[in-house]
Design a protein around this ligand. Structure first.
Ligand code: SF4
Length: 61
């Protein structure tokens, strides 16, 4: 699984960082993914963060 944050859409609410701190972090006022390739153990929380993101800014593929 790959993950990325569309910083054009992100509002910096921090929800993804709370949900999945191993993968997301705040960089300035916006979130970013610390990794591109998600470790298998983190796939569920990345999926959850993507579903919960109020701006639909988290892309998984
Ligand atoms: S949950 Fe979405 S809008 Fe909120 S910080 Fe994360 S990527 Fe940005």
């Amino acid at each position: 699984m790959k993950v990325s944050v569309d910083r054009e859409l992100c509002t910096g609410c921090g929800l993804c960082v709370d949900t999945c701190p191993d993968i997301f972090e705040l960089d300035g006022d916006l979130a970013r993914a610390k990794v591109e390739i998600v470790p298998e153990a983190a796939e569920d929380c990345v999926q959850q963060a993507a579903e919960d993101c109020p701006a639909s800014a988290i892309k998984v593929e």
